[in-house]
Design a protein around this ligand. Sequence first.
Ligand code: ADP
Length: 462
Amino acid sequence: MLTGPYKIIEFANDNMLKIWGKDAAIIGLPHHIAIPELGEQNFGALIEKVYTSGIAFKGHEQKALIIQNGVVTKGYYNFVYEPIKDDQGVTSILIIADDVTEEVRTRKQANRTSQMLNMAIESAELGTWFFDIESLEFFPSTKLKSLFGFQAADLMPYTKAVDFISAEYRQEVIEAISSALKNGERYDLEFPISVNETGCIRWLRATGNLSKPDADKPSYFSGIVMDVTARKLDDQRKNDFIAMVSHELKTPLTSLKAYVQILILKASKVQDDYAVGALNKAEQQINKMTNLIKGFLDVARLEAGKINLNIEAFNISELIQEVVADANEIMSSHKIIFLPCKEIIVNADKDKIAQVITNFISNAVKYSARGKNIFVSCQEHQGMIQVSVKDEGIGIKSQDIDKLFSRFSRLENSDTQTISGFGIGLYLCAEIIKRHNGQIWVESEPGAGSTFHFSIQQLSTT
Ligand code: ADP
């Protein structure tokens, strides 16, 4: 309480003294002498105005520099200067103040963080959205609307956005989003849309997830969308190039192989054993090269969405036996052992499943020392058919396992340096198994060996 024209500090409680950064010695002194720094910052003038006008003043989150224990301290305060009057007019001023420095700082920091985040989102040209789980309302950002070809003021409900997704991707996107919402999973998808009105195709990458901050707080579902058209077109050009080069290389190899086969026949007729041996080796190398080129062609076809499954019913145990017999013929450096299993009929693409098993076996050969065993087995498990290829090779570190099945992924370390490859085999296997709605995975221990597995369900032929 400040009293009289000199605003003598009549009384101040401990909290007030703490805000002022002074001790009880200031009680009895005029306000402008006790806390001169406040007078210099216009608070003195405000107090004087309240005293002369009789009208209270309320300050909201006002910044003040106060010398607390000899140190200039910046703080924010809510306060009231309340005039106390008698018949003659104002006699004293009651000051009530609250230190809100912490709240203001936290809010300012939060504002700064969200400003920085917004700037980053804007400069990365990311569209963002938020889904209110309670009202089921969809809130797209202006950038997201523009990616879909809408103006900022246009309404873009979720159902309308979904309609723009190309038909062959729509169901997959809807299912991934619903499952993320239901099970709290994250999704990360790429799909083309036809942009509003113009109808031109734009490729988008969309990620999103359900955040559950606390059990008592509401969950929110949000995500980002970015334009990846330029990268997709680049990928497409690269794929077209790979497809063209592979195709051009395949043609001369086919005639080369035909000539080598004719020469083998001729050489065997004249019993030229040396020529037969050398030509057989040449043919093997041609086959190796043809397989490499076939791998590239498969990647290009796959990415252009041109791999179709040729589903038929067959006995997978018989197929494994054939693949193992072929592998034992060409890969004499290792013992490939088929652990027989009972007859299991599956509906799948026989050639492609054979390709996956062959790939597993040739990797097992490539990544284990000569003379080691490779075991191929098959079992039925909860309605799924599981095929496994186990080796006693170099193994794979657990941190590398996730990378194995992506395109052009090779593990670079001292063990694999000398082994050639392009990192497409397992990628193709994973894509083939994915198209059969199956699972592919590996268990491995560095130095002890790896077991690659895949499992497929019985596919419906209808
Ligand atoms: P690559 O042509 O390089 O063999 P893959 O896609 O078939 O391509 O395999 C990808 C990588 O996975 C390989 O480069 C290798 O590092 C690792 N890998 C695959 N199979 C095995 C295995 N049986 N044992 C150890 N590492 C393996």
